[in-house]
Design a protein. Structure first.
Length: 72
């Protein structure tokens, strides 16, 4: 796992749909991460998946971000 990253998971389709509905976003409006990224390869994510990344944060303790997997 890269320095500062605590957890990387592919979230289930239904969980992704609920998250996007809550945020009022379309999947492509999330920040992107390329399918060639080592984190994406590590968890076996495919193009179109939403990946949850939990990082350590000096100010918040923990930071959760979501990324949409795109080709590349």
């Amino acid at each position: 796992m890269p320095l500062g990253v605590k957890e990387v998971v592919v979230i289930e389709r239904e969980e992704a749909k609920a998250l996007l509905r809550q945020l009022r976003l379309k999947p492509w409006q999330l920040p992107w991460i390329r399918s060639s990224d080592p984190l994406v390869k590590m968890v076996g994510a495919k193009v179109g998946d939403v990946v949850k990344i939990v990082r350590e944060s000096q100010t918040a303790g923990e930071s959760v971000v979501y990324r949409f997997v795109v080709p590349g």
